[in-house]
Design a protein around this ligand. Structure first.
Ligand code: PEP
Ligand code: MG
Length: 764
């Protein structure tokens, strides 16, 4: 053959050249050789199209790349008019090229002009070409462009040709992603850009943020997708697979992990996938075609994702997610992560699949502008930490870890759950406007700070803040809170790499009392267990951790830790008044024991530094306590309703499970009946009562609780302004009447309350 590239392979009915010389592997090898030479992005693209055209004996080969949001631009061509390069454009969905980009599937036809989607671009001179084969250039479901070959004669391109072209398209996508093949898609300003994407999740912490994406787990970029030596790549793949399998086996053997029911199932599934013959065969096939081991893994992922496109079967999707996860694990064993991820810059948006509260706190305070999670639930402790840190958080943002790239601009609207990745200019402008309005609103809340928190019918409701970190304390003055209604001491423990010593704890509690400067602080003893875990404290494996060995149960069974904490609190008081409350008390006897322990510790303190006033309280978080013996209410100095847990246990609805978390509301008549009963029982015994769950910070819920007789609410600091504003406009007696009437008439209480608030101009 005179032309080194002309192989005969690629002309439809004509079989591959002798000896399979025109195999995809050969094509990739030539591509690698060509791309090894120096050159800029355009030169490389030009080389690619020339090489493909020659190798496939095609008269035309063109690359169309996505520009801006929805425009495909002819970026390189062999065979079409050169002056059309960078000029010819199609919208996504327009013409055969646009349809390929839209659907993410190849189009092959021997008579392009007769195809219903054909659209003729006169500037390209393509009217002469009859046969058309186009494949999407995509990575993991994201379309980056389209690769096309055309011939004048009406040919039926073979499946093998289609597959070979798809393989090259994958290489182009990998190279564009790794930045070794520019231009990627380019914006109007000539800068690389990818399409804007909008994702809807669930707002879990209010607020709006605009900032660059920071991936909790950095993506793995492939430096060179084309292999030099397939045998070497196969060996690498086998070695990495071997390590992956033995790591999974080791995890399954580790009793600490493996006995946790669900976790074990996940690991078993992973083991099954890691040994899946079909998958491993596919990987080997890609390597035989000329890809490196890591590119083969990625190609298999992209292929699986393309197959899944449009599938609505949730089982299939879940299997795919598992498979994808295992593929990523394999990838991590093949390449080292991109080192771009040192630490996020200030204002960055943290994107992750899921995060525990401790992992959020690992990021230096004030660094994160927002957090977006693929999974997670609104009332999880991770969400509580985000709210405590006043960082907007969105959970259940399906697809975000796939779509967002490190450094991409992102808008997070935690109020409504909107996420904009690489937003358009007008969207950014609208959000900047929103941010400035929020700043104004904040100023108006600040103006309310020193005004009484009193309803229009003269009922005072004290508003406190929830806290847990030293950095929360400046909010005491800024928000105008009357004190700290709930100090979650476990957050301090979770921040530490090791159990804080008595001295360290005492120093922290002393600091809190100093900053409170005489205002009330309810120190809650350690509430560990459920989704709050201390890495240095061994927790037993439990089927239902929320119902398990947690909070006061641990404290009473392991009194050393609880006593040490109580001693630290008493030491920190240095004679000042102090209030201590115990979490998750379910029975009078537990409270009696914990109280006795505290009183014993008080006895041990020198009379000179003993607190002048000690108040001992309990969190009411289990329905059983509402029905406790009268003595419970008489013995407690104060009771604080932990609405998050009380709601979860009252309705038997896991607060961390997105399917159940938002299902039942505080304004449900059954829950209101329980609240009224607690109010009455505390009233009879003369016990102070407050409410410190998340609902206290939502104006409508807060007003309803106040209308039911609760006179103290504790919430995150940023909610104090909105709740006070609502309270100062509301008539609590009228609200009580509305709730009662709705209940009697069978109307949904929440709807009636909302309607009433709208009609009487109460800003909820
Ligand atoms: C609650 O359960 O309402 C509460 C305040 O405690 P936590 O959210 O820390 O469990
Ligand atoms: Mg609780």
């Amino acid at each position: 053959m005179s032309d080194p590239f002309a192989t005969g392979w690629g002309v439809g009915p004509v079989p591959p050249g002798p000896g399979g010389a025109a195999s995809p592997r050969l094509l990739l090898r030539r591509l690698r050789q060509a791309l090894a030479a120096p050159g800029d992005g355009q030169q490389r693209l030009d080389q690619i199209v020339t090489l493909i055209a020659h190798s496939m004996a095609a008269e035309v080969c063109s690359v169309y790349l996505l520009r801006g949001q929805d425009t495909l631009q002819l970026s390189a061509t062999e065979g079409l008019k050169p002056e059309a390069v960078h000029e010819a454009r199609l919208k996504i969905g327009e013409g055969l090229v646009g349809v390929i980009a839209r659907d993410g599937r190849p189009v092959v036809t021997a008579k392009a002009r007769e195809h219903p989607e054909f659209r003729y671009l006169p500037e390209t001179g393509e009217e002469r070409y009859s046969s058309f084969l186009g494949v999407p250039i995509q990575k993991l479901g994201r379309t980056m462009g389209v690769l096309v070959v055309q011939n004048e004669r009406p040919l039926n391109y073979s499946e093998e040709e289609s597959e070979a072209l798809a393989l090259v398209a994958m290489v182009i996508a990998e190279m564009a992603e790794a930045g070794t093949l520019l231009p990627g898609a380019v914006g109007e300003d000539g800068q690389p850009s990818r399409e804007a994407i909008h994702i809807m999740g669930q707002g879990a912490a209010d607020g709006v943020a605009i900032g660059p994406v920071y991936l909790h787990e950095p993506k793995l970029l492939l430096p060179n997708p084309i292999a030099e030596d397939p045998a070497h790549e196969r060996a690498r793949l086998e070695e990495a697979l071997g390590r992956l399998r033995s790591d999974i086996d080791a995890m399954l053997d580790d009793e600490d992990i493996a006995d946790k029911g669900e976790h074990r199932e996940v690991l078993e599934t992973y083991r099954m996938f890691a040994n899946d013959r079909g998958w491993v065969r596919k990987l080997h096939e890609y390597i035989v075609s000329g890809l490196t081991a890591e590119a083969a893994v990625d190609a298999a992922r992209t292929e699986a994702r393309a197959k899944l496109r449009g599938a609505s079967d949730s089982y299939l999707r879940e299997r795919f997610d598992d498979m994808d996860d295992i593929a990523q694990r394999l990838m991590r064993r093949l390449i080292t992560p991109d080192a771009n991820a040192a630490m996020p810059e200030k204002g960055a948006i943290l994107v992750a699949r899921t995060l525990g509260p401790g992992e959020i706190m690992d990021y230096p305070r004030g660094t994160l502008g927002g957090i977006v999670l693929e999974e997670g639930a609104i009332s999880s402790h991770a969400a509580i930490v985000a709210r405590a840190m006043d960082v907007p958080l969105i959970v259940q943002a399906v697809g975000v870890t796939r779509e967002a790239e490190s450094g991409d601009p992102m808008i997070v609207n935690g109020d409504q759950g909107h996420i904009h990745i690489r937003p358009r200019e007008d969207v950014v402008t609208a959000y900047e406007e929103k941010l400035s309005l929020r700043a104004q609103e904040k100023a108006s809340f600040a103006a309310l700070r020193d005004l009484p928190s009193m309803s229009t019918d003269g009922i005072e409701v004290k508003l406190y803040m929830n806290g847990g970190l030293a950095a929360d304390l400046p909010s005491l003055n800024e928000s105008g809170a009357e004190g700290v209604g709930l100090l979650r001491t476990e957050l301090h423990f979770m921040l530490n790499k090791a159990m804080p010593t008595r001295e360290e704890q005492a120093r922290f509690y002393g600091h809190v009392l100093d900053k409170a400067d005489g205002r009330l602080v309810n120190f809650r003893t350690l509430d560990i267990g459920s989704d709050k875990v201390l890495p240095y404290m061994k927790q037993p494996r439990e089927e239902n951790p929320a119902l398990g060995w947690r909070a006061i149960r641990v404290g009473l069974d392991r009194p050393v830790v609880l006593r040490m904490q109580l001693q630290a609190m008493l030491r920190a008081a240095e004679g000042r008044p102090i209030r201590v409350m115990f979490p998750m008390v379910a029975a009078l006897a537990e409270f009696e024991k914990a109280r006795a322990m505290l009183l014993e510790e008080v006895e041990k303190v020198d009379a000179a530094t003993r607190p002048t006033d000690l108040k001992i309280g309990a969190m009411l978080e289990t329905p059983s306590l509402a029905f406790a013996q009268r003595r419970f209410f008489e013995l407690t100095d104060f009771v604080s309703i932990g609405g998050n847990d009380l709601l979860q246990f009252f309705f038997a609805a896991d607060r961390t499970n997105e399917r159940t978390a938002g299902r039942y509301e505080v304004t449900h008549p059954a829950f209101l009946a329980l609240i009224r009963m607690i109010v009455d029982r505390c009233g009879e015994a003369g016990t102070e009562l407050s409410f410190c769950g998340e609902a206290a910070g939502r104006p409508l819920d807060a007003l309803t609780l106040a209308a039911m007789g609760i006179r103290a609410l504790s919430m995150r600091p940023s909610s104090i302004g909105p709740v006070k504003r609502a309270l100062r406009a509301a008539d609590l007696a009228a609200l009580y009447g509305v709730a009662e009437e709705a209940e009697a008439s069978g109307q949904r209480v929440r709807d009636a309350l909302i309607q009433h608030c709208h009609e009487s101009m109460v800003p909820i």
